[in-house]
Design a protein around this ligand. Structure first.
Ligand SMILES: NC(=O)c1ccc[n+]([C@@H]2O[C@H](COP(=O)([O-])OP(=O)(O)OC[C@H]3O[C@@H](n4cnc5c(N)ncnc54)[C@H](OP(=O)(O)O)[C@@H]3O)[C@@H](O)[C@H]2O)c1
Length: 267
């Protein structure tokens, strides 16, 4: 799909990766509908973007009914980039039932409900594209990430299944799976280091991957150095080995740094 003149709804627009994705899609001529919880930050971002046809809609996707309200307020949308997410880092016993529900709603349920609300009109128009920002944590496990792993494995499964339904009808469905991202975003903000030898990528690379997913109708674009991509893919194929390797001291140290670096409200 060519983006010039199209309308794209982007959730998590105020975050580290969301900002980069917004700048890249707007630079390609798309009119953006920016969403997140903070109206002021969304307005400030909208005023920075190239092109003039941008709107903002504040929504708290942890609240029931908000995904449906956001989709209705957005109206006709050619592209959805479901990017909002919580790190949900920590051991299972550290989460209240409410925190588990919030992570599931923001990371998994709201992308499902947004796409359900938006794709019927795409089918009527005969074109549209849905992008789900997952993670390499949707392929391979990590300590203190069981809830995050669950949401990202789930999101990948949802997107792949949905693609089998919508692809034959001309609607694109793509997954963007970042690894450790430096400079901005939830991993950078935690102040943690990536496990030795795995490296990091940038928000701009995630934005370019999102663009490629839409323009070339990619099933999945992983955004990470080759070694990280290989290990995550290997982890998907060999879960027993992946669990053993991730449980080792390097994985535990990095996971503890990430979990300790996030505040309670990011659960
Ligand atoms: N950064 C990484 O290293 C990395 C790696 C792999 C995957 N990812 C994925 O990339 C996506 C973006 O992450 P990021 O690094 O940009 O994170 P971030 O900087 O923490 O931004 C998260 C975004 O999600 C929004 N959000 C959080 N809770 C929300 C809620 N209840 N309702 C609506 N919006 C909410 C935030 O908006 P407000 O706070 O303004 O509401 C913010 O815009 C996430 O899905 C994440 O899992 C990131």
């Amino acid at each position: 799909m060519e983006l010039a003149g199209r309308t794209a709804l982007l959730t998590g627009a105020t975050g580290g990766l969301g900002r980069a994705i917004a700048l890249t899609l707007a630079g390609r001529g798309a009119g953006l509908i920016l969403s997140g919880r903070k109206a002021d930050a969304l307005e400030a971002l909208a005023s920075e973007l190239p092109g003039g046809e941008h709107r903002v809609i504040a929504a708290d996707l942890a609240e029931p009914g908000e995904a449906e309200r956001l989709a209705a307020a957005a109206g006709d949308v050619d592209v959805l980039v479901a990017n909002a997410g919580l790190p949900a880092a920590g051991r299972m016993e550290d989460f209240s039932a409410e925190q588990v529900q919030r992570a599931l709603r923001v990371n998994l349920e709201s992308p499902m409900l947004l796409s359900q609300a938006l794709y019927p009109a795409m089918l009527e128009r005969g074109s549209g594209h849905l992008v789900f920002v997952a993670s390499l944590a949707g392929k391979s496990p990590a300590p203190r990430s069981s809830i995050y792993n669950a949401t990202k494995f789930g999101l990948r499964g949802f997107a792949l299944g949905l693609r089998t339904d919508l692809g034959p009808q001309g609607i694109g469905v793509s997954i963007v799976s970042p690894g450790f991202i430096r400079e901005a975003g939830m991993f950078a903000e935690s102040g943690a280091s990536s496990p030795p030898g795995l490296g990091t990528s940038t928000p701009t690379e995630v934005a370019s991957a999102t663009l490629r997913a839409i323009e070339a109708d990619k099933v999945e674009v992983a955004v990470a150095p080759a070694r990280q991509r290989f290990l995550a893919h290997f982890g998907l194929a060999s879960p027993g080995i992946a669990v053993r390797v991730s449980s080792g001291s390097a994985g535990q140290k990095s996971a503890a740094e990430i979990a300790d670096g996030h505040s309670q409200d990011k659960r």
